[in-house]
Design a binder for this molecule. Structure first.
Ligand SMILES: Nc1ncnc2c1ncn2[C@@H]1O[C@H](COP(=O)(O)OP(=O)(O)O)[C@@H](O)[C@H]1O
Ligand SMILES: Cc1cn([C@H]2C[C@H](O)[C@@H](COP(=O)(O)O)O2)c(=O)[nH]c1=O
Length: 288
């Protein structure tokens, strides 16, 4: 695997310089694109405390005595943050994640981006948006391996962790909880809230109660151009996890999700019926 070392991510500023035109491109895209981010936010008005006041042992002291009180990591503020970006495919989640990571890099913060190693669409060493904007990343089977992959020392120095394709990580809740509440990291999570059947996908919705902010993005319906909140799967495969892009999925509005899903289901029904009763003179295709 060609994952970048932490040190290469550490010096991301130099890595990003060649990306600058692309960055500008997706900055413009983000601001001018018709997609309309709706922000649902438990706006957390962070008190900017002096370093001596930022120990979470102080914050935890205000917690009920039951419940885990985690010891403070040495020398770090324990008041991390969790920001969640959700929406259907093609809504700009990866673009928004990369934009926020870029802002963190520009302000001198140390960052790492993680994606699931299940998503091998563009190779495993980068997070890539549908528009081609990209940044180096760690591709891991589960989030808990990040620390061992980077080493404790490098992990401890991280300020911001970006997670893309969060729906594929089973340990999302535990990782975000530890990273933000114990280790003082800012965690930015991007992922699908729902699958192609509009069921909750993985643990993305489970971390909403942990989050400082939740941003729900939408795309544009491929069939009518209205705001799209759902992802329609164009193929007849039924497994929940199926890696793919515009070849397999399209963003749709509610009306076209319902009609599209009906077409797909009846097509599947017809094809399955055909498997049982092969074409014969008695049952000509035109009867369908
Ligand atoms: N139906 C579509 N097919 C392919 N690309 C699309 C489609 N709709 C939007 N896009 C592009 O995808 C971009 C968003 O990409 P990305 O940030 O990777 O989205 P997400 O991570 O939410 O899937 C949009 O800015 C737009 O240019
Ligand atoms: C709806 C849906 C999607 N997937 C897969 C398809 C892609 O590989 C990712 C989503 O990528 P994006 O960055 O949000 O465009 O998830 C899936 O496995 N199952 C589904 O139902």
């Amino acid at each position: 695997m060609t994952s970048p070392t932490f040190h290469s991510l550490f010096s991301m500023k130099s890595l990003f310089l060649p990306l600058l035109p692309l960055q500008i491109r997706y900055f413009q895209l983000f601001h001018s694109h018709p997609m309309n981010p709706k922000i649902i936010s438990n706006q957390c008005h962070h008190l900017r405390l002096k370093p001596s006041q930022t120990s979470c042992s102080r914050s935890y002291a205000t917690m009920p005595s039951k419940g885990p009180v985690l010891p403070a990591a040495e020398g770090r503020s324990l008041c991390g943050e969790i920001h969640v970006i959700i929406g259907p495919m093609f809504a700009g989640k990866t673009t928004a994640l990369l934009r926020r990571i870029q802002l963190a890099v520009d302000s001198g913060r140390r960052v790492a981006i993680i994606k699931s190693d299940k998503d091998n669409r563009y190779g495993l060493d980068s997070v890539v948006s549908h528009d081609g904007a990209k940044m180096p990343c760690f591709a891991v089977p589960e989030l808990s391996v990040l620390r061992s992959k980077m080493g404790d020392e490098d992990y401890n120095m991280l300020d911001v962790i970006g997670i893309d394709e969060a729906q594929f990580f089973e340990d999302l809740y535990d990782f975000c909880h530890i990273a933000a509440d114990h280790d003082g990291k800012t965690v930015i999570v991007a992922g699908l809230d729902g699958d192609y059947l509009r069921r909750k996908f993985g643990s993305v919705l489970d971390i909403i109660p942990l989050a400082d902010s939740v941003t729900k993005l939408n795309s544009r319906c491929e069939l009518c151009g209205r705001p799209a909140f759902f992802t329609l799967r164009k193929s007849d495969q039924t497994e929940t996890e199926l890696i793919g892009g515009a070849d397999v999925y399209m963003p749709v509005c509610r009306r076209h999700y319902i009609s599209g899903q009906a077409v797909i289901e009846s097509t599947r029904f017809i094809l399955e019926a055909k498997k049982i009763e092969p074409y014969s003179e008695a049952a000509p295709l035109s009867n369908f």
